[in-house]
Design a protein around this ligand. Structure first.
Ligand code: XMP
Length: 322
């Protein structure tokens, strides 16, 4: 196993983070020279910190590709563009592939098949972008130390290590010996917004596994809006849970408006606390927040006429519905 060097002390302060950044910047510059580095930038903590570090070292020699698979949360692609292209001046290629993903996922209701399709289409889209570039010698990845320790970890779903053989890139993994808390401190020291650095975990297949069953565009859009409301309201709490989001099951729900019945969907609120995602406890959402979320979802999200709270623990209920 690739072991964390004993000389690397735990990073707990900005000063230590600055020292780490200086060392990495020097090492990256020496290794990369005048070649180009490619990175799939999802906007998650790890790939964002990896990108910011590389931008500091080699600026526009880093080419970031942000694939919008249409399964991202509300405001995420915009935030990636704002932070990386506008604020950090990155060479960011934005690819809106949401239509293609929806097409490939049409009618597919098996969770693992959905994950596989999302992973495969992601690689295809990324590879197509990579082919357009000249002079790329390296592929950067936001691998972190827990990914190495649990090499069968969930990351396998969305890392881009599975690129076709023709791409013969050398890997650059500047944060691979860091734990998550250290990655966040380094991210802050690099000037990334707190909102990005301290964001909750989000699965690679994104809203795809929260739009339960076969995904449809209108249910996915409703989910994105409802999820944004759940996050906005829970973000106002002092003591935030580890993961909190919304799910829309593939079920019809009857609503009534102006004396007329109509079919819509139910939105499910989920908020959990955990140390390692292996077990999890449902988080006690204050009633005031629950009612506020209910009222806002019903009022603001077309198609949703019922709001439920999933307060199950893991085991036996997994954190995600699929
Ligand atoms: P479960 O649902 O198994 O989730 O209790 C445990 C943790 O893993 C996340 N998760 C995923 N992350 N790709 C990911 O990158 C996936 O396919 C995936 N499925 C679940 C989930 O959000 C939770 O934090």
């Amino acid at each position: 196993m690739d072991k964390r060097p004993a000389s690397l002390k735990r990073i707990t302060t900005k000063k230590a983070a600055d020292r780490f950044i200086d060392q990495q910047v020097k090492a990256i510059k020496e290794r990369v020279g005048d070649k180009k580095v490619l990175l799939a930038l999802s906007g998650g903590v790890d790939s964002s910190v990896c990108a910011a570090l590389l931008i500091k070292a080699i600026g526009k020699q880093l080419v970031c590709v942000h694939v919008n698979h249409g399964l991202l949360r509300k405001g995420e692609p915009e935030q990636v563009i704002e932070v990386f292209r506008n604020n950090l001046g990155a060479d960011l290629r934005y690819v809106d592939a949401s239509k293609l993903f929806l097409k490939e996922l049409k009618g597919v209701d098996d969770p693992e098949t959905k994950r596989k399709i999302i992973g495969k289409v992601f690689i295809d889209v990324f590879a197509k972008e990579a082919k357009k570039l000249k002079g790329v010698k390296f592929l950067a990845q936001g691998t972190i130390y827990p990914d190495i320790l649990e090499s069968k970890g969930v990351k396998a779903h969305h890392n881009v290590g599975g690129l076709p053989k023709e791409f013969d890139f050398e890997l650059v993994e500047p944060v691979k010996y860091l734990y998550k808390d250290e990655v966040r401190i380094v991210g802050e020291a690099l000037g990334l917004p707190k909102k990005m650095v301290y964001r909750q975990p989000f699965p690679g297949p994104g809203l795809g596994v929260r739009c339960v069953g076969a995904i449809t565009k209108d249910r996915l859009e409703a989910l994105r809006e409802a999820d944004a409301i759940v996050r906005e309201e829970i973000d106002k709490l002092k003591d935030k849970p580890w993961q909190y989001f919304c799910v829309i099951p593939d079920l019809k729900s009857t609503g009534i408006k102006d004396g007329k019945r109509y079919m819509g969907w139910a939105a499910i609120i989920r908020a959990i606390n955990t140390k390692d995602a292996v077990t999890a406890k449902s988080y006690e959402i204050p009633y005031k927040t629950l009612y506020k979320i209910r009222d806002r979802i019903i009022k603001e999200v077309p198609g949703i006429n019922r709001v439920l709270w999933d307060f199950s623990d893991k085991p036996v209920s997994t954190i995600e519905w699929e």
